[in-house]
Design a protein around this ligand. Sequence first.
Ligand code: ZN
Length: 255
Amino acid sequence: MLIDTHCHLFMKPLCEDIEGVLKRAALKGISAIIVPAVETRSWKSIAELSEYPSVYTALGLHPWCADEALDTAMLGKLLVGTGSVAVGEIGLDFKIETPGRITQITVFRTQLDLAAELGLPVILHCRGAFDEMLSILSEKKYNGNVRGVVHAFTRGIQLAERFLDLGFYLAFGGAVTRPRAKRARSSAAAVPLRKIVLETDAPSIGMDGVEPGMMEPAHVARIAESLAMLRGISFDEITRETSRNAVDLFGIRDG
Ligand SMILES: [Zn+2]
């Protein structure tokens, strides 16, 4: 059984054929899909998707949307009400100009506080802000109190180790299928298997042979195959171990 720990099922074209997407995923052995939020208005669509037995939800405000007024009380209520398995996706993206850094950091911290309060893991988005993010996560207040995963990890082993030292998991996606993604592939081959989960980030990020926008959860099987090859272990071991990790982190049922 495989678990796609990051798929935006509420986005087009996935939302136009939910039944088909879920059926194709089930045929490839994907037993659970975690759907993280982006903007505030995605929360409602995601809450509706939680009706599907294989769908698990995460709610939060993405750093790209940090300018939206975050209603923390409402977010907390919805996280509990929908039985969400994580706060996400949240984080820092300093490769964009707006929302500004201070706004992003404020919204990020508020949501880390909420995750700690509710005892939920976080799904982290980070671009161009690794030092800032690691320094926040290392604070006494968060270190040991907030667990989670760094999504779409493509960076080198040194950065990977800094997150591992804080107890975080790393999610690998389509990048590991690309022969030219040397850095992502060498990290995926080197980090402890116990700390790896799989994701597609569908529909946006493509992979070898699949255009961005065309990804869906079924493709997580190809990501697992590539990872098995990179690590020189069997497909079965990859599926078993990464699923166990996702079950441990998010507290979901497997199969
Ligand atoms: Zn995402």
